[in-house]
Design a protein around this ligand. Structure first.
Ligand code: NI
Ligand code: MN
Length: 225
C-alpha cells in the first residue's frame, strides 16, 4: 500500500488493489495542502472527529465520488442524514472492510460540526491493510492508555500530532511514541496555522535520542509501506 501526506492530519492510503481511503481530508481551506479537494478521489473517507480541520472537504469529495464515510456513530449518523453512505462504528470497535480492518480508539479532545452539532466522541483510528497497521492518533492529548494500544496492536506507522495548543506538543508526542512503540513515527498537525507552529526535525531528533525511528513527510509526499 501507499501512504500520501497532504499536510495537517490529511492522509491518503492507496491499497495494492487501488482502493483509496482518505483520512481527515482538510484540503481547500488548508493553506499548506498541495492539492485541492477536486483533485482527489476516495472510495472511503475516515473522519476522526467533526472539527473543520478534519471533516474538511469530506462532504464535497463524497458527493463527487460516492465515497463511504467511516466514523463514530454520532458523526456517521450526521453524514447519513445528509444522504451520504456511512458505516457507523464506535470507540473500541473494529470491522473488516473490503480493503482491511478499521478500529477506533480513544482520543482526548472534542468533536462538534462547524454548524454546531454534537458529533460524538473524537477518535483515533487503527487501519490494518496488507499486514501493516497505521495508527492515526487524531487530535489528542497524551494519555497513558496509548501503552495498551501499542501492546494490543503491532503498530507499524504512528501518525502523531505535534503542533501543541489543540493537541500534544513535541515533548508529549515523544512520550506518546515511547508508550506506543511503533516501527516508525510520522508527525502531523503542525505548521498549518501560526498557532500550531512546530519544528518536525526537533521532534525527529528527540525521538532519535530514545531510539525511535521517525520519518518527516513533505507535503504531497507519498511513501510505499
Ligand atoms: Ni480537532
Ligand atoms: Mn485539529
Amino acid at each position: 500500500m501507499k501512504l500520501k501526506y497532504f499536510s495537517h492530519s490529511a492522509f491518503q492510503i492507496t491499497t495494492e488493489k487501488g482502493i483509496v481511503i482518505l483520512i481527515d481530508p482538510f484540503l481547500d481551506g488548508n493553506p499548506t495542502s498541495p492539492v485541492k479537494s477536486a483533485e482527489v478521489n476516495a472510495n472511503y473517507i475516515i473522519v476522526t472527529h467533526a472539527h473543520g480541520d478534519h471533516f474538511g472537504d469530506a462532504a464535497k469529495i463524497a458527493e463527487r465520488c460516492g465515497s463511504t464515510f467511516i466514523c463514530v456513530d454520532e458523526l456517521a449518523t450526521i453524514c447519513l442524514k445528509q444522504g451520504f453512505r456511512a458505516h457507523n462504528m464506535h470507540i473500541g470497535g473494529g470491522y473488516n472492510f473490503e480493503f482491511g480492518k478499521v478500529k477506533f480508539t480513544i482520543a482526548h479532545h472534542g468533536s462538534i460540526t462547524t454548524d454546531g452539532r454534537y458529533a460524538g466522541e473524537p477518535a483515533g483510528v487503527l487501519v490494518t491493510i496488507e499486514g501493516k497497521t497505521i495508527y492515526h492518533c487524531g487530535d489528542t492529548a497524551l494519555f497513558y492508555d496509548m501503552k495498551l494500544i501499542g501492546e494490543m496492536n503491532k503498530i507499524d506507522y504512528m501518525l502523531v500530532p505535534i503542533g501543541d495548543n489543540f493537541t500534544m506538543g513535541i515533548d508529549d508526542a515523544v512520550k506518546a511514541a515511547e508508550l506506543v512503540n511503533p516501527k516508525t513515527v510520522i508527525p502531523m498537525h503542525y505548521n498549518t496555522f501560526p498557532v500550531i507552529k512546530a519544528n518536525p526535525n526537533l521532534f525527529l531528533e528527540k525521538l532519535k535520542a530514545v531510539n525511535i525511528n521517525c520519518q518527516v513527510l513533505k507535503y504531497g509526499e507519498e511513501i510505499v509501506l
